[in-house]
Design a protein around this ligand. Structure first.
Ligand code: GLY
Length: 579
């Protein structure tokens, strides 16, 4: 369908229900930021934030800091991200005469290996094969992506940026409450699913259980040392990406994964492209293109909000009117995610149409300020466990360069499948494809046939690293999150807490959140949401209400005068580091 037809077809369903949105003021709990003027890194583990800061102090730029912090996270949050996974990075390079300012998006998402076909998981007839064990593994992209970023946009050498990660792997670190919770959750799942051990392979499983689950007895204060990972990191420092995508490591990964060949690894390439951009309240939003669904969903949501609420900046957050408007806009974005979005190298996706002002006019006009609608009235068509298997970090350096970087091995501890000899944990990113038609993925996300697995294809992602530039072109906000589809809603809420309500970074990140992903048709409030009146007002507008403990983990940096405030989400226990 052409863009014009697409919009015309949508307009048939328009109900013009414009109305006012009087919004009550409700302030966020006051939590002023420390202000950093010489650069800051906000990761979800303080070891990683400090690794990034170490690079800034050595004279490195934001990319050096992000790469050092990412490698360190592979060691410090092995259940969230790592060398066996993939990610996205959005970079803003400030103008540096004679170079103008530039924005770059790097995709290093895992690809489907050559042995899969669209009906691979149907044929396998093995429950959970897309989530647990070696069939779940996509070709890892993290090493290629991080070295690509370093070589093209960084200034320091490999050995320098890898040093903090090698140190953390060799010397070890004490595990925190978040680590213990993640490990205990996996142990509970394994008690319910003892068959997973055979899916993974007993020997690999025993090593994983010993190394990462502390033989079934994880507790805060134990020290995690990773000597095998340290050796691998040293090899990468010496030989670069070639050491991962060829030789002993590639052979070990391909040997463990039935659908993957050494050629799949040898062929792996990250993609550098232009980010997608939109405007909101005079700012430029620099967001991740496909295969991230997050950039498109965020720009759609912001486009709708801007249209329905010209005076949002004079309003208050977490009021019923604001919450409803936000949720309705997000439901449209998630409906379009389910229907249209996929790897655009394999499926035709009308991104310009989805981001066009005309289309946003149509969708914005369909929002009823008094009532939510049946699910088939969202988007242009007619979906959830906790996700601790992703990690986001934000960086700004003293020159005004910025990096937003989100990485993952998908679900907590990925496919639970390790390559012991090189200390790797492999992803289960194949579950982000539509693996069995009619079934939703681990996040409850429904997806179209456009997102069926094919060799070399990237599964659709919700990861949404984003940079907001102010009217003066300088970095105003760097944001992103972990949490599966909640990445989109939590990043947006934290960003808008800054842009609309001038929250400090700590306030923006700590504030209680809500989430809706169109299907299932449930509006979820975090348990910490204190205003029962708002929840009742949402019920009165027809929303089905649910509750959950946490909704996403956000790392955000915001401009504060001539410096920057930064926050790592208390939900995961990280801390920023800066000067
Ligand atoms: N693996 C979660 C995502 O990429 O959305």
């Amino acid at each position: 369908m052409s863009n014009a037809h697409h919009v015309a077809a949508l307009s048939m369903f328009i109900a013009l229900l414009l109305g006012g949105c009087g919004i009550r003021v409700r302030s966020l709990p006051a939590a002023p930021d420390a202000v950093y003027t010489r650069g800051v890194v906000a990761a979800d583990h303080v070891i990683a934030s400090r690794a990034g800061l170490e690079m800034l102090e050595r004279g490195g730029n934001a990319v050096d800091a992000a790469v050092a912090a990412s490698f360190c996270l592979a060691v410090a949050r092995p259940y969230s991200c790592g060398l066996g996974g993939g990610g996205f990075m959005v970079i803003h390079l400030a103008a540096d005469e004679p170079m103008p300012a530039r924005n770059i998006a790097i995709t290093y998402r895992e690809t489907a290996p050559s042995g899969v076909s669209p009906d691979y998981y149907v044929q396998l007839e093995t429950p959970d094969a897309s989530r647990i064990g070696p069939h779940a593994v996509g070709v890892p992209g993290t090493v290629a992506g991080l070295f690509y970023a370093l070589e093209n946009f960084g200034t320091l050498d490999r050995a320098t940026v890898l040093r903090p990660a090698i140190r953390a792997a060799e010397e070890g670190y004490t595990i925190d409450a978040d680590y213990v919770e993640a490990a205990r959750e996996v142990l509970d799942d394994l008690a319910e699913h003892p068959e997973w051990i055979d899916l993974v392979g007993r020997e690999r499983f025993e090593w994983f259980r010993h190394r990462f689950l502390f033989d079934g007895r994880p507790r805060v204060g134990l020290v995690l040392r990773q000597p095998e990972a340290a050796r691998t990191l040293r090899l990468l420092a010496r030989d670069g990406a070639a050491a991962f995508y060829g030789g002993e490591i590639a052979a070990a990964i391909a040997g463990a994964c039935p659908a993957m060949s050494v050629s799949d690894l040898a062929r792996y390439e990250p993609r550098a492209s232009r980010p997608i951009t939109g405007t909101f309240h005079g700012r430029t939003i620099v967001a991740m293109p496909l295969p991230s669904s997050g950039g498109i969903a965020m720009l759609q949501t912001l486009g709708l909000l801007e249209r329905r609420h010209g005076d949002l900046d004079a309003a208050a957050c977490t009021s019923a009117d604001y919450t409803h408007l936000f949720v309705e806009a997000m439901k449209h974005a998630f409906a379009d995610r389910a229907q249209w979005l996929a790897d655009d190298r394999f499926a035709e996706v009308h991104v310009e149409c989805l981001l066009s002002g005309a289309y946003h006019d149509v969708l914005a006009d369909r929002i009823d300020v008094n009532r939510t609608r049946p699910t088939n009235r969202y988007g242009s068509s007619g979906q959830l466990p906790d996700d601790v298997g992703t990690s986001h970090l934000s960086v700004v350096d003293r020159w005004g360069n910025a990096v937003a970087c989100t990485e993952t091995i998908n679900l907590s501890f990925g496919a639970l499948t390790a390559i012991p000899e090189v200390g790797l944990l492999l992803n289960n990113e194949m579950d982000d494809f539509l693996t069995i038609t009619g079934q939703s993925n681990a996040f409850g996300l429904q997806q179209s046939a456009r997102n069926l697995p094919e060799p070399g294809k990237w599964p659709l992602s919700s990861m949404s690293p984003t940079i907001v530039l102010g009217p003066d072109g300088r970095v105003e906000v760097v944001v992103g999150a972990s949490g599966g589809p909640r990445i989109i809603s939590s990043s947006l809420q934290a960003m808008l807490n800054v842009l609309l309500f001038d929250a400090s970074a700590r306030e923006a990140v700590s504030a209680a959140r809500f989430h809706h992903q169109w299907k299932p048709d449930v509006l979820q409030f975090e348990d910490s949401w204190a205003d029962a009146e708002v929840i009742e007002a949402m019920r009165a507008r027809g929303h089905q209400i649910g509750h959950r403990d946490d909704s996403g983990v956000v790392q955000l940096i915001r401009r504060a005068g001539e410096g920057y405030g930064a926050a790592s989400d208390p939900r995961k226990g990280g801390a920023p580091a800066g000067r």
